[in-house]
Write a protein of this length. Sequence first.
Length: 110
Amino acid sequence: MYSEVMKGLLLPFFTALGVIVGGSFIGGLAALFYPESPFYRMQELAGDVKLWAIVVVIGGTFPTLRALDSGLFGGEVIHLVRQMAVIMAGFLGSQAGYWIVMTVTGGRTG
């Protein structure tokens, strides 16, 4: 039981973190081909990709909306709690990835 809960929360957390860190660092390489600081480009990408990391974690809007619908209107509260926990793990993972990129590149984190 405990391992299933941890798997259900750690996978979205690290997926969102990987989207932010990987997308920012790999996308920052594009700045090497034109006169712009790669660190500045990574900082901009980290901020722009935060919402998309959460969308990736959710996995698709219709299954998520269906689960939220069954939780709210179908009386299955466990589905609602599970989806909210996954979304929260995605938020935390994307914020942790953003913090890592800002720390490595010397950007403003506040």
